[in-house]
Design a binder for this molecule. Structure first.
Ligand SMILES: Nc1ncnc2c1ncn2[C@@H]1O[C@H](COP(=O)(O)OP(=O)(O)O)[C@@H](O)[C@H]1O
Ligand SMILES: [Mg+2]
Length: 339
């Protein structure tokens, strides 16, 4: 059994957008990403809003059809653009029926917890129906009694009670709604969960409860997480490793404490410089780096290194060549020409 649960090679997800009547352009939301996630690991993924984190999470579990690349789950290839033969009228690649039916078991194994619990729960369904739905789709726990028992068990697991099953999502607080979303994700016994900013819409006072619950569940059930956040301080304590994204690209990847203590990429340094440090002396030494300019448009991203328009260390080569992600020390990768 390999240590790697997820392997991603050259994964791309581009969205097409119409400009005027005839012009079609692409948003390079996820552009040529390669990495792996070990079994039982939490990989944190950070970067500013719009850099492609949610698109990556959704493409990885095949909620979005990838544009190209390869995704391997537990040693089995679940997407490989090299194998695709069908191209529809819009130029999108599609699967043959046979390949879609093979995807179903993996859909169950890979789940997602969304950022906004109120928007992700169907308000016309009771909590019980919401949690039961994936069991019906995947034909698990067949029989009314078994399914109701399973719902009860899941509600208890996330700190709710059996009585909550007959109520509707709007009757709950944000934190409770997120617990319902977590119960739904857990219902089908997944191995891998994309946690897409699961606490950023919640009150600060309950954020740590949800984080602690997710950590306990990971330990009890042996889950593997891709934990997405726009704020690096949210993920650095709970992640084994951290990836940093900028405009659809992975710019740095390494062990969590390595990234915190010894960030290499100029963009990671700016992200960390805005994280408050408890020791006031250190804060003064560690001056906050403020980036110049706005994040560029992902429809026509800068040539060369995408960060070059805002980088404090920019050189000529950065404007011309895309820097590859290179291993600079053991397990610590960065994509930067000046390193
Ligand atoms: N379904 C979609 N259709 C078209 N463009 C999208 C879609 N989802 C995301 N995008 C675009 O892709 C880019 C990355 O978005 P997203 O993955 O949501 O970033 P993040 O989660 O890091 O904030 C943005 O420019 C966004 O506007
Ligand atoms: Mg997002």
């Amino acid at each position: 059994m390999s240590d790697k649960l997820i392997e991603v090679a050259s994964l791309c997800k581009y969205f097409s957008v119409k400009e005027g009547l005839l012009n079609k352009k692409y948003i390079y939301a996820v552009d040529d990403l390669s990495f792996f996630i070990n079994r039982g690991e939490t990989l944190g993924m950070v970067g500013e809003s719009g850099c492609g984190k949610s698109t990556l999470g959704r493409t990885l579990i095949r909620l979005y059809e990838p544009t190209s690349g390869r995704i391997v789950y537990d040693g089995q290839t679940i997407y490989d653009s090299g194998n695709i033969e069908l191209i529809d009228d819009d130029g999108n690649k599609t699967y043959s029926k046979k390949q879609i039916s093979e995807i179903m078991p993996f859909r169950r194994k890979m789940q997602i917890i969304f950022q906004d619990p109120s928007a992700s729960l169907n308000d016309r369904m009771t909590v019980g129906e919401i949690i039961k739905e994936p069991l019906e789709i995947h034909n698990l726990y067949p029989g009314k009694k078994e399914r109701n028992e399973r719902v009860k068990e899941l509600l208890h697991a996330v700190g709710l009670t059996a009585e909550h099953a007959t109520r509707y999502p709007h009757e709950f607080s944000g934190g409770q709604q997120q617990r319902i979303g977590i119960a739904r994700a857990l219902a089908v016994e997944p191995g891998f969960i994309v946690c897409d900013e699961p606490i950023s819409a919640l009150d600060v006072s309950i954020q740590s409860q949800i984080i602690n619950m997710l950590e306990d569940m990971q330990n009890d059930l042996g889950l593997t997480y891709l934990f997405i956040a726009h704020d690096i301080s949210v993920v650095r304590h709970i992640s084994n490793r951290i990836g940093v994204m900028y405009l659809g690209k992975l710019v740095e990847l390494g062990k969590s404490n390595e990234i915190s203590k010894n960030p290499l990429h100029p963009y990671t340094k700016t992200l960390l410089s805005s994280v408050p440090i408890p020791d006031p002396k250190k804060t003064r030494e560690n001056k906050r780096i403020v980036l110049q300019g706005d994040i560029p448009n992902p429809i026509s991203p800068p040539l060369g290194c995408r960060f070059h328009t805002r980088c404090p260390c920019v050189k000529q080569i950065c404007k011309e060549q895309v820097p590859p992600l290179r291993e600079l020390s053991n397990g610590h990768f960065a994509a930067c020409h000046i390193l």
